[in-house]
Design a protein around this ligand. Sequence first.
Ligand code: AMP
Ligand code: MG
Length: 490
Amino acid sequence: MTIKFKNSYADLPPKFYSKTNPSPVSNPSLILANSSLAQELGIPENWIRSQQAIDTFSGNKILSGSNPIAMVYAGHQFGHFVPQLGDGRALLLGECIDKLGNHRDIQLKGSGKTNYSRSGDGRSPIGPVIREYLVSEAMHALNIPTTRALAAVSTGDTVYRDTSFPGGILTRVAKSHVRIGTFEYFASLNDFESVQTLSDYCINRLYPDCLNSTDKYLTFLKSVVEKQINLIAKWMSVGFIHGVMNTDNISISGETIDFGPCAFMEAFNPNQVFSAIDANGRYRYSKQPEILLWNLMRLAETLLPLIDKNQEKAIEKVTVILKDFWPLFETNWLAILLKKIGFSTMKDNDDLFINELLALIESTHSDFTLSFRYLSNLLLDNPTSLPVPLPLFESEAFKKWVPRWKKRLESEPASFTDIASHMNKINPLFIPRNHLVEAAIQEAIQENKVDLMKTLNALWKQPFLPNETYEHYSYPATNENEVTTTFCGT
Ligand code: AMP
Ligand code: MG
């Protein structure tokens, strides 16, 4: 057997999902399959390119042991509660146990209508499939928790949006697809027995340490808060903007999920928004922690009756945890940013180095990624010349910052050369720049080719390593190829 399916979510009561088979497609072909992920999941590497695999990834064949279901959830979309969403274009085929013994969901995205499709067609154009494949795999290589891409197929069918597009299906792998919105679905129905079933499911699968706690649901909330804080701090440390931080797009496992109109910032602007559907900038770069706290409050509300039968007491307990949000976020953020500038420990006033540097990158409109990357150059006796101009490095204020920074680095145990090489393992050279993702999508749509997608996928697997051949892919967009708006593309 190729994938040994478990179906622990399908073993929950039927109100948690709706049993649905994928709708067949006319002419599936493989775009890309992920050998290293297959290996991690214990799936034979030679199988993922076989005809049987292509039939499975396109929904034309259901492997034995798989029990496809669409999961139900609700969610706050742009602040407004929608009582029922659910997998409208996705199907959970089942779980497999990876080499570390963890349950990993295997899900098709774009596999046809489900009970939760509402007015949607349950399909996906090829663009969002390519975007999610490239960006989620790049996030993984950047050491940021994320859902993964196991395979992408084209369906041979046409998908209609504002115009027609070739259709595609992504096979996505997640530690779990339970979202804050899944909790909200049952809580809004006053079905707290199901909230408890769901909590127990998540604790057993994702947070087994909570089982040792006397207050296990409170500890569960605390664990999710910590995981999510760490995730968002990591996003922001590489300039990532998720774009649609609705509660249905916030995973309980702490993985980045649902890559819609997401993008990496180039010139540093805390107010940066890319998403075409985010007119008011609700999900702009700098607002992501505040929105996360808001989302975690929605999760906390659903858990109150489990935490204490006395509502006031429950609120008190939850408040203690949520009050810690900002100090915890600041600590996480600072710890990551200090490493980016070569500090191994935090000393008094170290935060000033970060805040001043960020203000300078912003005021000089310099590229966020390259500003951090080329800092290490300043520690070398023979620095390489900058491949692209960085206004930061010309700024008088920055020229005054550098000697102070170097003086502080002298108190570090490592040599400047070692610090520089360590910084280069943290500050990426290659990130999924929007114009490149877009170029790969356009090549697939217009020329029916995925060469650029494959090149970028290979390059972004090693985001910290210099690469002479593809050095130009480390450069920010020019006025000609800049992409300023991103779309969900659903
Ligand atoms: P998103 O914000 O892209 O994660 O999607 C929000 C909701 O809309 C989810 O419940 C999706 O399942 C649903 N949805 C998005 N696109 C489609 C589609 N093409 N057909 C059916 N449902 C969809
Ligand atoms: Mg979603």
